[in-house]
Design a protein around this ligand. Structure first.
Ligand SMILES: NC(=O)C1=CN([C@@H]2O[C@H](COP(=O)(O)OP(=O)(O)OC[C@H]3O[C@@H](n4cnc5c(N)ncnc54)[C@H](O)[C@@H]3O)[C@@H](O)[C@H]2O)C=CC1
Ligand SMILES: O=C(O)C(=O)Cc1ccc(O)cc1
Length: 286
């Protein structure tokens, strides 16, 4: 599998790591980056991550084999609208957004009867860092990428997107968009929200400096992801708010069970919850 022209909208941690992965596999002739700020694109160019800074998407979109949209999900509707008029007959568009229902809806609105050319995706790899400078050619090595194909997608087009991620070292899985959004609301979006809430609340206290001074490894492990990109997580939270609200309610109920055990000084109830969690965590093989 080899790609001619590859376009990346949003050359940050995820887009730039994809570019680096394809380059390392010698799988693309030319990678052109499009962005919001010329400064970050220039940095990506200077680092050799992209071959060209894109200016006017029209001609490049027409000639592209593959387009990856890797901006915050809130930016995707406008980007899809911008590229839709120029899509070549052979061009495949994919994305790296952390939510899929909203992205698919925006793609349907923009691409209309060309929707079959859009294969939705989500790499389950990343970090609390952002920007092209934090990118790595091996970010996707051994990591999962979830595709949520549409009924309109041709099997060969799904296969091409799958191969592109495999060339970056990924293990590609398939889910439907609704299941995807429910699963990631639980295992990714909720934990980010909890970490943000805890650190925000501490940071606003008068003795915040003292708290952060004494916080140790447990706090560090629980809150690493609170250093993640606020715009990206605002967009994810709003895009997946229905599933996230359901997860918040379940988590709230779990906290209330612990609260009640404390009110009752019920050590048995606490130990039972903690032991169940410890066993599940120890059996989790990541
Ligand atoms: N950071 C992570 O760990 C993961 C992120 N994702 C998803 O990947 C996407 C990108 O995330 P990151 O690379 O981490 O963010 P990032 O902040 O490192 O990169 C995003 C890039 O998009 C650019 N951008 C923003 N608006 C734009 C627009 N309208 N047109 C063109 N470029 C624009 C920004 O200038 C930036 O360079 C998000 O949708 C995120 O939900 C998916 C998996 C993991
Ligand atoms: O920093 C971490 O550990 C993450 O959880 C990275 C991450 C962020 C968003 C995603 O959609 C997928 C993975």
């Amino acid at each position: 599998m080899h790609f001619g022209k590859v376009l990346i909208f949003g050359v940050g941690l995820i887009g730039a790591s994809f570019a680096r992965g394809l380059k390392a596999a010698k799988a693309a002739d030319e990678i052109i980056g499009f962005g919001r700020t010329p400064k970050s694109l220039k940095a990506a160019y200077d680092l050799g991550i992209i071959d060209e800074v894109g200016i006017n998407p029209g001609a490049d979109v027409r000639e592209a084999d593959l387009i990856l949209v890797a901006t915050p999900v809130g930016q995707m509707p406008e980007i899809f609208q911008r590229i839709a008029p120029y899509l070549g007959a052979h061009t495949i568009v994919t994305d790296a957004g952390s939510t899929k229902g909203d992205v698919v809806e925006a793609a349907r609105a923009a691409f209309g009867d060309k929707i079959g050319q859009f294969v939705p995706g989500h790499p389950i790899a990343g970090a609390e860092t952002s920007g092209a400078a934090a990118s790595r050619a091996d970010l996707y090595q051994g990591r999962k990428v979830v595709l949520t194909p549409l009924l309109e997608n041709a099997v060969e087009d799904i296969e091409k997107v799958k191969r592109a991620w495999e060339l970056c070292g990924a293990d590609v899985r398939i889910l439907d968009a609704e299941t995807h959004d429910r699963v990631f609301a639980a295992v990714s979006h909720l934990p980010h929200l909890l970490a943000y809430a805890l650190v925000d609340e501490f940071a606003r206290r008068p003795n915040a400096d003292q708290l952060f001074d004494y916080a140790a490894a447990g706090f560090r492990d629980f809150t690493r992801i609170a250093a993640s990109h606020p715009e990206m997580w605002r967009d994810i939270s709003l895009a997946n708010r229905t599933a996230l609200l359901a997860e918040l309610d379940r988590y709230g109920a779990a906290l209330m069970r612990i609260r009640q055990a404390l009110v009752n000084s019920d050590g048995e109830a606490l130990a039972s919850i903690y032991a169940n969690a410890r066993d599940a965590r120890q059996n989790w093989s990541h």
